[in-house]
Design a protein around this ligand. Structure first.
Ligand SMILES: Nc1nc2c(ncn2[C@@H]2O[C@H](COP(=O)(O)OP(=O)(O)OP(=O)(O)O)[C@@H](O)[C@H]2O)c(=O)[nH]1
Ligand SMILES: [Mg+2]
Length: 472
């Protein structure tokens, strides 16, 4: 017998950092046991706040984080919204607060699938809490939130589905390099040589982590005329529930620029018609290293960038444009990683962790990579060229692995000194998080204090451990 739908929400807690530290102020159900409440308040607030006080923050809207946290001891997963409540009497003029909605951990797919809507509902409640004048008012707000959530869950078809299904589309004209792109990100170079034009659609699965809560399916669509006509005809099937869309263009094909823009426009129109608004990654592909200076390529680049931006801005799509080439592996990884990271509900929480860590160790930029060089998260203070940093990251990873393989590494890190200027250093370090090896790239503009890094690393890894479970 299936559970009544509305029962998926286990509990709700509003926590505030007050004089007693993180305190669960309002909670539902009223018989929720004290230690669980406290654990939720402690974990949500301390993870996100670190040791910082939000001093003199001019606006309480600047600090908002949203993500999924595991509570293995309680066998629950929490969707947490972290925000600040303005309070002239508090240190830093603001108090940290969280609203956490909890469900049984085996039901966590519900969060991933309904993230967008849940975020709106909880965000709305948080805005009201920011304005509330008393705890009685907060009580009313949390009660309304509960009712709204119950109403929402009773309307969706299957809140207890078992796995999050993620759908990624690779689209574009024929011969632009979609299939090659996908092979190249996996370094399956011999397949690129053999690849034939894709007939219809080729589906493959992607794994970011061995054990992930989601099935990621990549649809590589054949771009020949007959296939793209079919795709546009049956757009309801192809574009339904798409989570991420890649649009690939051959930048060397000057004659088909207008055609590729037309197809892009058709896809945007279809998405609008179906009310789907996935993040979009546009790859200006075949931007091979040896032709980048050519006048024709530069012109094409400008035309395409202008036209694509015009269309996407007009319809408010979230589009990011990359220049890519199979002869520049990392250009592919940068574009691909950016796309994948859009799928993680925890990307704000990761960024927050990187930010805290970078403050502690005084670094100016941090990148976090997985074993395959996929950039899971990044953070940088202004000033440093993020792009240069991003591009160099995988090179360090290759160096690191090569040194390791030839047993030339004594420690678990590499330091580059003197590549840029004397005072600047880049550190590449492996950090085991659970059973996964993650890699950190740190850019240190001023001082290089390895002890400080070592001292702060355990806590950072511990926090990441929690977030990795719910990364995707
Ligand atoms: N110069 C250059 N050639 C590329 C690049 N990427 C792919 N190609 C070549 O472009 C041709 C077409 O590549 P595919 O990957 O089959 O293109 P596709 O977009 O999948 O084509 P359809 O399946 O027909 O839609 C092949 O000969 C590839 O070797 C690139 O970055 N630079
Ligand atoms: Mg293909």
């Amino acid at each position: 017998m299936s559970k009544p739908k509305a029962e998926i929400i286990n509990s709700i807690v509003l926590s505030v950092f007050d004089d007693d530290g993180p305190t669960p102020k309002i909670y539902w159900p009223s018989n929720m046991d004290e230690s669980s409440r406290l654990l939720i308040a402690m974990k949500t607030i301390s993870l996100l706040m670190g040791d910082s006080v939000y001093q003199n923050s001019t606006s309480t809207e600047e600090v908002n984080y949203f993500g999924i946290l595991p509570f293995p001891d309680l066998k629950l997963n929490g969707l947490t919204y972290f925000f600040l409540i303005f309070d002239p009497e508090a240190r830093g003029n603001a108090k940290a607060a969280t609203i956490t909605v909890l469900i049984n951990e085996e039901d966590r797919v519900f969060f991933y699938e309904n993230m967008k809507y849940l975020r709106v509902i909880i965000d709305n409640a948080a805005s009201k809490v920011q304005l509330a004048k008393s705890m009685e008012e907060n009580e009313v707000i949390i009660n309304e939130l509960r009712e709204e959530l119950l109403e929402f869950t009773s309307e969706i078809k299957d809140p207890f589905s078992l796995k999050r299904q993620i759908k990624i589309l690779f689209t574009g004209l024929d011969k632009v390099g979609k299939t090659s792109f996908l092979h190249a990100t996996k370094k399956r170079y011999s397949e690129i040589i053999k690849a034939l034009p894709t007939k219809g659609v080729a589906r493959t699965e992607e794994k970011i982590f061995e054990e992930q809560n989601s099935t990621i399916t990549i649809w590589d669509l054949g771009g020949q005329k007959q296939y793209r006509e079919k795709f546009l005809e049956q757009r309801k099937i192809y574009l339904y529930n798409v989570d991420l869309l890649f649009y690939v263009i051959d930048i060397q094909d000057s004659e088909r620029i207008a055609k590729s823009i037309e197809l892009f426009k058709n896809i945007i129109d279809s998405l609008l018609e179906l009310d789907e608004f996935p993040p979009i990654v546009v790859c200006l592909n075949k931007y091979d290293p040896d032709i980048r200076k050519s006048k024709e390529i530069k012109n094409n680049l400008k035309t395409l960038r202008d036209e694509i931006s015009k269309i996407s801005d007009k319809f408010r799509f979230f589009v990011k444009i990359f220049e890519t080439s199979i002869f520049d592996h990392w250009s592919l990884i940068a574009a691909y990683s950016h796309g994948l990271s859009q799928l993680s509900p925890n990307r704000e929480l990761f960024e927050n962790q990187l930010k805290h860590f970078s403050k502690k160790i005084n670094s100016d930029a941090i990148l976090l990579l997985n074993e395959n060089g996929i950039i899971l998260s990044n953070f940088s203070t202004t000033g440093i060229s993020e792009k240069v940093f991003e591009i160099s990251a995988p090179h360090f990873q290759t160096l690191y692995k090569t040194f390791k393989e030839f047993k030339l590494l004594k420690q678990d890190f590499l330091i580059s000194s003197g590549i840029t200027s004397e005072s600047k250093n880049i550190i590449f370090k492996k950090i085991p998080v659970e059973k996964y090896n993650l890699y950190l790239l740190l850019f240190m503009e001023k001082d290089l204090n390895l002890e400080k890094i070592d001292k702060n690393l355990p806590k950072f890894s511990k926090n990441l451990k929690d977030l990795i479970h719910t990364y995707i």
